[in-house]
Design a binder for this molecule. Sequence first.
Ligand SMILES: *Cc1c(COP(=O)(O)O)cnc(C)c1O
Length: 396
Amino acid sequence: MANVHELNYLKEKIQDLKDQGVYRKLPILEGANEAEVILNGKKVINLSSNNYLGFANHPRLKKAAVDAVEKYGVGAGAVRTIVGNMDLHEELEEVLAEFKREEAVMTFQSGFNCNAGTIQAITEKGDLIISDELNHASIIDGARLSKANKTIYKHNDMDSLEKVLKDNRDNYRNILIITDGVFSMDGDIANLPEIVNLAEKYEAMTYVDDAHGSGVLGENGRGTVDHFGLHGRVDFSIGTLSKAIGVIGGYVAGSKTMQEWLSHRGRPLLFSTSLPPAAVGAIIEAVKMLMESSEYTDKLWANAKYFKEKLGKLGFNTGNSQTPITPVIIGDEAKTMEFSRKLFENGVFVSGIVFPTVPKGTGRVRCMVTAGHTQEQLDRAVKAFEKVGKEMNILK
Ligand SMILES: *Cc1c(COP(=O)(O)O)cnc(C)c1O
């Protein structure tokens, strides 16, 4: 008999990954997440981060982080319900509530954690969760932790959503409709006005995960709810502090009742140590910077428009994105991965995304343009796309 400590059952699964050609090593970044980085020892233009506003290595955020470390130390020392709730955490929630134009905010240690903790806390047996079929993995996992029944509707398809609501309304007490605000693979925006109308018609609650909308859409990056002017009509407005905000963390913005309840039943809050002071200090600074000026979001959108137009003119298929997320759709899975590999050789890092993350035959490289890119860097990236596109007969 083999030794149990050899973990042979996992070795077999790893071999399966290798046989399927999907085994990979984690890429290694030397230094900060910037527009141009050294990745696996090679200098490349970075078109794959979620660092939309270039805040991850911003001097003002770094200074705020250092100041917070000096005053509060490096760790919060406990969960928030015991002695890990610093005045800094309270300040963060006040600043975020003001920014989001909502009554109250409850923060978590990450966006993932926020979904995992919140969905199970606000639903129970006898309720129904209705989820867009393309919702993020953390929503799926969060819903799995809930005792409510779950069902999906077709991606952003309002007829499909209405049918699910009509068929199920009378069988459940509370219904919660969950959608991403911005969908991360295609960059399309949820039809939130119609989702909210349907929710009100069928007396359901709404939950919007705005991980890719926060810091991007709406006035100075206030998010998808603000973009559509739907304040007060979305019950749970989730944001991440790890993407555009550049640090780490997640939050729910909404009513005081929401916040009161989650402070008693949000399990990550009760059983996991609160955000470290450096992160909290930096986030507060980031939110203040957004409230002061639209400089960062303006630059993001200008860069994204510039890059998208250049790629489109060359003849690439950039899909139906309505946001800075710019997919370049190649189709075939192997060809997509080769395209990404060749771009890397030519000094551009943009990760290939293929089945099962996106449907078969819709493989793409997903370009994440940020406010931190210079026009010169974008021009160089476009040149590399053109060269590799021609070499591979993707462009005529
Ligand atoms: C990235 C993402 C998350 C996770 O956020 P983290 O703060 O990185 O944990 C949650 N939901 C959606 C829709 C996301 O895109």
